[in-house]
Design a protein around this ligand. Sequence first.
Ligand code: SF4
Length: 118
Amino acid sequence: MAAQPRQGAQSVQDPAEPSLVAVALDLAGVAHVPRRAGWEEAAACARVDPGLFYPGQGGTVRPALRVCAACPVRRECLRFAIENGELYGVWGGLSEEQRRRLRRRARQLLRAGEARGG
Ligand code: SF4
């Protein structure tokens, strides 16, 4: 979801976790997406009810994911969400749960690397 229509979104970035962000970006396949100013202007969700992207408990994210699937800046959006620790709502074609799993997997990989001394 573009940053502009996301009023009320909570960004929970832990500055102590830059390596977690790096691994998560890599897992999501957006580590090499360039940071491009103004990407939000091309957001497919800019003219869509923002509530779609925050369906709440028991709601469905499918309509939001359909919007994201046709969005020309999906990768930029996902990169933004991961870098900014966006916990809530659909961003970049991923639901809250999907991004949570991504962070969990990144954490596991980091721990495994630490266990091997890496
Ligand atoms: S990927 Fe989805 S949430 Fe992100 S800008 Fe596009 S439509 Fe909005």
